[in-house]
Ligand binder design. Structure first.
Ligand SMILES: NC(=O)c1ccc[n+]([C@@H]2O[C@H](COP(=O)([O-])OP(=O)(O)OC[C@H]3O[C@@H](n4cnc5c(N)ncnc54)[C@H](O)[C@@H]3O)[C@@H](O)[C@H]2O)c1
Length: 453
């Protein structure tokens, strides 16, 4: 099939590359000229495990190409995917300006009938609006061709996006016409050979399913975080509780890890957009508001714990941060809990030494002044940033941080104090090594044996 993917971000790039890998001819369009130029040379503008070799192979085979010009991308395309960003507007709703701009341009440039598919996360009714804009444009230009617009929300996870796309749990297709459904069934068939999990439904149900899925996952996280807060007061370890409840199949083991809050480009904005939709429909979204409020609070907990530990005096303290990306496996810093902590520490006069396997270049661009002023130091070595630290904070649970040489870390630090923002460490073992350990919703363990205070 001839495919055009509009938007070369996390979703568009993975979609385009994986469709090319399955033998389709794919052109990916992005209005960011620099991004297109880098991609055409096989250079990835984002970090996503496994994507680069596939992209290079598909470029070399000629199955995949990149362009800034929509006209070239849509030429003779059977299916056009819209995968541009839908960030948060000022009022909390999804900003559809990029999606609608694409629809208008398609109305101006398309000259043949084809299937247009919304892959971006968009509110119910967007496919109808996109269809009206495109078909309105075609009609104004005297074109007889018409398009139908389907919804195919994306469920890939940054950090395992290629794997998720190649072996999806399910593919949701919202399409009101049989031909469009058949086209998408054919396109996805190679990805669903082991188990046919293509779920067909109405366009509006597909659009809503994406929001419901993200809101549910965010709710699970905020729920366990609230439980962790109660556990902390009761002297109960949330990790024992997590194991206790996760073994119940109705609850399950996923997304019940207490931590310093969720971030990323999806959960925060999608929960916000769903709140706005509910308000618009006259529904009070009490659960969603609580999910959001708990998450905002959760992102401040590590700073509160540090401030308490240092009796409110963080000025001049050296704090080491392990992990900056909003989750392991990505360089994405959008809405990352690390940013809330970092801003609070810098404002309180602390000196921050931060480490992340891939996100430091992105962070460096945002904090150029603090770097130049010496208040922030970035490194890719967890040991280098522990040097002379008064406290160490694990923010993102990258594999690299799971089993470090804690004797070496302890020797490097000025004070062996560890705040575990993801509850990944064995508190007893760390206490034995001389650390004061504090997790989220876990009793503090160990004594502060300062090597030099
Ligand atoms: N990132 C994720 O993990 C994820 C997962 C599932 C769904 N989604 C959804 O997918 C959509 C895209 O997300 P993303 O993270 O890939 O976004 P992104 O910000 O990484 O990329 C969007 C790309 O679209 C390009 N763009 C914007 N307007 C354009 C236009 N008119 N023509 C051509 N290109 C244009 C931008 O230059 C950018 O490169 C969003 O709706 C998001 O909610 C994201």
């Amino acid at each position: 099939m001839r495919i055009c993917v509009i938007g070369a971000g996390y979703v568009g790039l993975v979609t385009a590359t994986c469709f090319a890998e399955m033998g389709n001819r794919v052109v990916c369009v992005d209005l960011d000229g620099e991004r297109v130029a880098r991609l055409a040379c096989g250079e990835l503008p984002i970090y996503e495990p496994g994507l680069e070799p596939m992209l290079k192979a598909q470029l070399a085979s000629g199955q995949l190409g990149f362009t800034e010009q929509l006209r070239l991308g849509i030429h003779r395309a059977d299916v056009i995917f819209i995968a541009v960003g839908t960030p948060t507007s000022e009022d909390g709703s999804a900003d559809l300006s990029h999606v609608l701009a694409v629809a208008d341009e398609l109305g101006e440039r398309l000259d043949h009938a084809c299937l247009v598919v919304d892959k971006s996360t968009v509110p119910v009714g967007t496919a109808e609006r996109v269809a009206q804009r495109i078909n309105g444009g075609l009609a104004r230009r005297g074109q007889s061709a018409r398009v139908s617009v389907a919804s195919n929300p994306e469920f890939l996870k940054e950090g395992s996006a290629v794997d998720d796309f190649m072996r999806p749990d399910r593919v949701i297709v919202g399409c009101d016409d049989e031909r469009g459904r058949e086209l998408l069934r054919q396109l996805y068939a190679p990805f669903l050979r082991n188990h046919d999990r293509l779920l067909c439904m109405g366009v509006r149900a597909a659009e809503f399913s994406k929001y419901a899925a993200n809101a549910f996952l965010a709710t699970k996280i905020s729920f366990i975080n609230e439980m962790a807060g109660i556990c902390a007061r009761l002297g109960v370890d949330i990790e024992e509780v997590r194991r206790g409840i996760g073994s119940d199949k109705r609850i399950g083991t996923h997304f019940i890890y207490a931590g310093c809050g969720y971030g990323g480009s999806c959960f925060p904005k999608d929960v916000k957009a769903l709140i706005r939709t509910a308000e618009h429909e006259g529904i009070e979204p009490g659960i969603l508001r609580a999910v959001e409020a708990r998450n905002a609070l959760q992102k401040t907990l590590l700073f509160q714990a540090l401030r308490e530990h240092f009796n409110g005096h963080l000025q001049g303290r050296v704090v080491a941060l392990w992990g900056l990306a909003f989750k392991p496996g990505t360089d994405d810093l959008r809405e990352a809990p690390s940013l809330v902590l970092l801003d609070a520490l810098l404002a309180a006069g602390a000196r921050v030494q931060a480490c992340d396997p891939v996100a430091t270049p992105t962070l460096a661009r945002r904090y150029a002044e603090h770097l130049a002023g010496g208040q922030l130091l970035l490194s890719d070595s967890p040991y280098a940033v522990s040097e002379g630290a008064d406290a160490l904070v694990l923010v993102t649970e990258w594999k690299q941080f799971r089993q470090p040489d804690f004797r070496r870390v302890r020797a490097a630090m000025r004070m062996p104090v560890l705040f575990d923002g993801r509850n990944i460490y064995d508190s007893g073992q760390l206490a034995e090594l001389g650390f004061l350990y504090r997790g989220i919703g876990r009793p503090a363990v160990g004594g502060c044996q300062a090597s030099a205070a």
